[in-house]
Design a protein around this ligand. Structure first.
Ligand SMILES: [Zn+2]
Length: 255
């Protein structure tokens, strides 16, 4: 992304972030679950909404589309799932769109939902509820191997990529991460840093993909420390990557 483009979080509901991209004149928002907070943010900065990007069909990501398109007549980019409306441009893996003059590539990352997509710009990833800071989304519609494969796709991106996820779940995620990977010193440092940010009510996101690879157990299905600890907790069916991932995800579901 060019330095002229700003990216800011708009807090929504109890723990969602709606990402606002703008160049001080025109704006794009990602996953506007609530129209009112977006309209207020646009008005405060005197911005004109050009486009909405949608990652998946859950209400807290799409609930504001209708009111925003009515108010601004903006374009809406989203998955091929016909349940999401109104969408002016339906996109799939390999498609590229222009966001305020910057190319953004579409990645299909099913697992949390079957329709989930992510948007990859230069050095920035908008990944909805697939990859979180320190964690990943629940597997609601897909399978564990499907979700692991989607996360493997994200793990393969440039480690310097900034990860813009849609929720402030970081502290709870890192609490689980410390149980899953208790001897990871980098993870312990990350928990300290993020706790200090949250005490001051500062967002812990975006995070850096390199830090996720070093500390997020859901990107570490092949790390010996994670595999050994899962076995010690009697939660490992086999050391095969999909079984490690499934063991971690099922453990987190009841943590
Ligand atoms: Zn969701």
């Amino acid at each position: 992304m060019t330095a002229a483009l700003k990216i800011e979080p708009i807090p929504a509901f109890s723990d969602n972030y709606i990402w606002l991209l703008h160049d001080d004149t025109n704006a794009v928002v990602v996953d506007p679950g609530d129209a009112q907070v977006v309209l207020a943010a646009l008005s405060k900065r005197n911005l004109s909404l050009q486009s909405i990007l949608i990652t998946h069909h859950h209400f807290d990501h799409v609930g504001g589309i209708a009111a925003l398109t009515e108010a601004t007549h903006c374009e809406v980019w989203g998955p091929t799932n016909p349940k999401i409306t109104p969408v002016t441009h339906r996109v799939k893996e390999g498609d590229t769109l222009q966001v305020l003059g910057e190319p953004m590539h579409v990645l299909e990352v099913p697992g949390h939902t079957l329709d989930h997509i992510a948007y990859l710009g230069e050095g920035v990833l908008f990944c909805g509820d697939t990859l979180f800071a320190g964690g990943c989304g629940r597997v609601f519609e897909g399978t564990h191997p499907m979700m692991r494969s989607s996360l493997a796709k994200l793990r393969g991106l440039d480690p310097e990529t900034k990860v813009y996820c849609a929720h402030e779940y970081t502290i709870a995620n890192l609490q689980f991460a410390l149980a899953a990977d208790p001897h990871n010193a980098t993870l312990a440092e990350r928990m300290q840093l993020c706790s200090s940010l949250r005490e001051r009510n500062i967002p812990t996101v975006p995070s850096l993909l390199a830090d996720e690879i070093a500390t997020n157990p859901f990107l570490r299905w092949d790390a010996p420390s994670v595999v050994e600890n899962l076995a010690a907790a009697s939660r490992l069916k086999s050391p095969q990557s999909d079984d490690v991932f499934a063991g971690l995800r099922q453990w987190k579901d009841t943590f």
